[in-house]
Each structure stands twice: as C-alpha cells, then as structure tokens.
Design a protein around this ligand. Structure first.
Ligand code: ADP
Ligand code: MG
Ligand code: ZN
Length: 441
C-alpha cells in the first residue's frame, strides 16, 4: 500500500510506521467496516492511528479526549504539520468558535480533525452542529482517546465519558476507534459496552515481556529480610556490569518510614541507596532522582510517587518491599525494569501482615467513598477486587506471567522459566506450605 506510506511521509514526515501494530490499526481504521479497539503503551504512537486515517478520509474525524491541555497539544502539533485541526471547548473565545462553526456549516468544510471533550459533546450548544454534521454524512470517524476513562474499574474514571454512549447512538453509521494504554480485561469490556462497539477488531500490544523474571518471596519466612534484599540487589546488579555499564534498581515501599529504613539498611550492607518520598523537600527529591538517573546512586527506595514519566533503560530490578495496590499497578510499576530488553528481575516481598494492613486501608477508603456519595455501588468495591487479584498473584501455585497476561485479556504466553513457579514449582509449593504451617501455629 504505497500511498499509505506516502501519506505518512507527506503529512507527518515519518519514513515508516512505529510498529506493525500501528500500521495494522491505521489500515483497519481506514477500511472502516468494523470498530477498532487499540491498547498500546504510552509513547507507542496511538494518536497517529486516527490522525492518519482522518487526513486520508473524506470528511471530519471527531476526536474525544478528556483534557483540554491534552487536546491543545495535539491541535498545536497538527497545525504545525499544516493539518486542519481545531477544538471546541469551554475556553474558546466566541470569535474563534464562530469561525469554526461557519466552516462546519459550509458546503465542504476544510477541517479534518475536530477535538472535543466529552462534556462539550453533550452540551446543548454543540447539538445543532453535531446534527448538521451527521445528517450531511460529514463525519468520517469517531475516535475516543484515553478510552479507559469510561470504565468505573479503571484508575481514571470520568463520569462525562458515560455520555459517549448517547453520542454513539447518534453516530450509528460512523466507524469508531477506542484507544488506551492500560486495559485490564474488565475495563476492555466496559469500553466495548459503553461505546457499543460492533464486531470489534482488537489490536493490543502483548503484555508479556520475556526478559522480566517474576518471583515472590514470603518476607515472614526470612531470617534476615534486609540481608535477603541486599543479596538480591547484588545479584541482579552484578549480572549487568558488563560492557553496557552498571545497571540500577528500584525498591518500592508503601510508607516513608519504610523507604528510610530500607535505604539505610541497604547502604549499611554496602549498596548506596537513597530514599525518595513526598516527605522530603522537593529539592532533595530532584537531587535523588537525578543522582539515580546518572548512576551515582544505584538503588532508589521510593513510594509509588516515584516513576511516573521516568524512562531509564538499564533498570535491572524492581522490588516491592510492600504489596502493590492492584495487579494493574504492579504490572506498571514492575514494568519499569528491563526497558532495554536485557534480563531483569521483578520481585515482590509478600507478607500476610502487610496484606492485612493494606486490606484495612483499602476498606477504609471504600467506606469513606460510600459515605461521601451515600451509595453502595459495586464500583466502590473495585479497589478491593483489584487488591485481591494482587494477593492471589502472590499466593498462587502457577505461572506468574500467565496470571498477568490473562488479567489483561491476553493469551497465556510461553514463560519458559521466566518466573519462580516455572523455574522451580516445588520451591514455590514449599514456601506456601511453610507459610501455611506458620500461620496455624
Ligand atoms: P501515545 O498516544 O501512544 O502515548 P503519541 O501518539 O503521543 O503516543 O506518540 C508518541 C510519539 O511518537 C509522538 O512524538 C509521535 O510524533 C511519535 N510517533 C508516532 N508515530 C510515529 C512514527 N510512525 N514514526 C516516528 N514517530 C512516531
Ligand atoms: Mg495518547
Ligand atoms: Zn511462568
């Protein structure tokens, strides 16, 4: 399909697609006979999946995005590329709005992409315009970005996204593409239901990463947990001290105190480690982060506030000293290891006490939400279910990679000894039995 590559070059200046997946999505969206669901990680180039089809099709693509700031970035970028794009939002000056509406009502509008927030789509002032576009069959595509916002199971639920169901009903004949970076299976189902996706084609980056080794250690069974963690750090870091230089690692803890203690203990045992948490002055945090980025500090011991937007290639391990709050969070946090594709380790130190504490905190939070809203909705319990999935990951007798893949709706991958269970099932069983016998004594 030479013309597709050509358009990619002419309009966006790219010589090739980022990935086969990106190319396949673009083709499917252009074909337009089926709705499309896209799940690719942040930075994979999801926007192009609807922008290129929008440019190549007749008519206008309607793009839903949750935040005006996100929309503005995209519109600015498209305009730099000379692609006619604009957004209608509450902050738009009346004059500009008038110009846009005039174009939309004209015989053949110049606009290719119209960005809009879900609340604006539902607002009365936009309805005549939408009706006009529909009846004149001027809409080429409906793109819903950050589609996980539609799900109450997601981490970023936005009630306004539920209004998209109505929009969808009005745009029956218009193909729809829904995009997101994170979608556990139940979130995917919510997206398909709310947006009434029909005969969906699903394009998702497989979550399985064969270079990550997953294991779970029961902390209470250890004689000296800090020495155990230290040995793990030494081992994972020494694996990489070859030509590519020294690797580094992250230990996640739930509390500031734990960060301080673990960092102190690791340093005492001979691996320079620094704590990172919200209790530190901003200046100190920046310094710790940059020391770690530069490899001056090998191990950063942090609360989950650390890591957003951090993209470091040679993270050789991510250890969770305390349990992550959900399996989705755990996948994201542990996934900061091994971005360079080299073997890396993801370890959770599990403890039943820790689990009880976390359960208590989550239930308190659920009760708080229910009190605030005066409701007993199932969605309030999402936090509990999410955490239960994390706990069963720790106490299961089966492949850890398989559990993660199934959670995200992927087929079971071939782990080939990339987790503790597949490497040594008897050891995993022995650990569970020992823990069980301890708890009954
Ligand atoms: P996502 O929405 O998946 O997080 P974006 O759509 O914001 O990702 O794209 C991330 C970056 O990748 C952008 O800077 C974009 O210009 C770039 N990009 C997208 N497609 C390609 C491509 N085919 N070749 C090179 N760069 C690309
Ligand atoms: Mg995006
Ligand atoms: Zn396995």
């Amino acid at each position: 399909m030479a013309s597709l590559k050509q358009s990619l070059k002419t309009h966006f200046g790219f010589d090739s697609f980022r990935s086969k997946l990106q190319e396949d999505v673009v083709k499917a969206v252009i074909k337009g006979d089926r709705d499309v669901f896209v799940c690719m990680p942040t930075g994979a180039g999801k926007s192009l999946c609807y922008q290129l089809p929008a440019v190549m099709s007749k008519g206008i693509a309607l793009v839903i995005s949750p935040l005006i700031a996100l929309i503005q970035d995209q519109v600015d970028h498209l305009r730099e590329l000379n692609i006619p794009a604009c957004s209608i939002n509450s902050k738009l000056p009346a004059g500009e709005r008038h110009v846009i509406f005039a174009d939309l009502q004209s015989e053949s509008p110049k606009l290719k992409l119209l960005y809009i927030t879900p609340e604006m789509v539902a607002s009365p002032s936009f309805q005549p315009c939408l009706t006009g576009l529909c009846s004149r069959k001027l809409l080429s595509l409906l793109a819903v970005d950050e589609a996980h916002c539609v799900s109450q199971w997601g981490h970023d639920f936005r009630p306004d996204y539920l209004k998209l169901g109505n929009l969808r009903k009005r745009l029956r004949g218009v193909p729809c593409v829904a995009l997101t970076a994170t979608a556990p299976q139940k979130v995917q189902k919510d997206i398909a239901d709310s947006l009434q996706l029909r005969s969906v084609l699903s394009y998702t980056t497989p979550v399985f990463r064969s270079n990550l080794f997953y294991d779970v250690i029961f902390r209470e069974l250890l004689e000296d947990p800090y020495a155990h963690l230290h040995a793990f750090v030494k081992e994972t870091l020494s694996l990489s001290s070859g030509a590519k230089g020294q690797g580094c690692g992250i230990v996640y803890c739930r509390t500031r105190e734990n960060c301080e203690t673990v960092a102190h203990q690791l340093t005492r045992l001979g691996v320079l480690s620094k704590p990172y948490h919200a209790g530190l002055p901003a200046g100190d945090r920046t310094e710790v982060q940059s020391d770690w980025m530069q490899g001056k500090v090998l191990v950063i011991v942090a609360t989950i506030s650390f890591g957003m937007g951090v993209d470091k290639a040679n993270v050789r391990f991510v250890a969770h000293w305390n349990l992550a709050k959900s399996l989705a969070s755990y996948y994201q946090e542990s996934g900061r290891a091994g971005r360079d594709g080299l073997p890396s380790s993801c370890r959770t130190y599990y403890s039943p006490k820790d689990k009880e504490q976390m359960n208590f905190l989550i239930r308190k939070e659920v009760a708080r939400k229910q009190k605030k809203r005066g409701s007993q909705k199932e969605m309030d319990k999402a936090g509990i279910t999410d955490f239960e999935a994390m706990v069963s990951f720790c106490v299961q007798e089966s492949c850890r990679h398989a559990t993660i893949s199934k959670f995200f709706g992927n087929a079971v991958p071939s782990c080939s000894r990339a987790c503790d269970f597949c490497r040594a099932p008897t050891a995993v069983r022995a650990q569970l039995e020992k823990a069980a016998s301890l708890s009954t004594h």
